[in-house]
Design a binder for this molecule. Sequence first.
Ligand code: PGA
Length: 249
Amino acid sequence: MRRKLIAGNWKMNGLRAGGTALAGGLAEKANAETPICDFLVCPPAHLLIPVADAISGSPVALGGQDCHVNASGAHTGDLSAEMLADTGCSFVVLGHSERRADHGESNALVRTKSAAAERAGLTAIICVGETAEERKAGRALEVIEKQIRESLPESAEASLVVAYEPVWAIGTGLTATPGDVAEVHAQIRKLLIELFGNDTGNAIRILYGGSVKPANAAELMAVENVDGALVGGASLKLDDFWAIGRSCP
Ligand code: PGA
């Protein structure tokens, strides 16, 4: 049984007061009521340490939004996987479509970053997903397959996480239909089994992301092979994020 993971990707949002209050509020809820899923928050870098303090002693986990491939060195503005681990992170999001678009991150770079995450003892959440044009052209599955084959580490651990995030559904209020999500997640599961064997391929969690909110979460979380959600906008509202977690079957 794969336990569902509800991950909040705060992106470039939040200052210290609001971010620590949000994380502290989530920790309080998770302490008061044993959650039926795993909760993770991925704040921007300046909030990693205060958020780590705010969730300390709670079941809420901490993650980074990206990491450099090297452990240290002359890379101005970058953070290494080891530095994320040093703040208390146990996860790191890699290859988000915004990093692929804004920073030209290739599948090969994402794969190298996933090795860096492993080196530092972090669990990578590797994002894949097609653009609107690719879906319209009937190429969604082909694009996702290429991303999976080229971005994932060569030998994956069972703890690895994959996130399917159709680019056209991110921050737009549009969500893929449960039927489309089921089709893509089934294809990803098949590939994971082909690449890593039955045990690991079946253990890897596959999250759905793209405009997940309380109103659509129950329907999406009930889809076969959907093992949680990567949530952007709605993760910035405590009640919405908590409600998404509670909607897990
Ligand atoms: P969204 O973002 O929930 O705001 O659509 C999801 C993501 O980019 O991870």
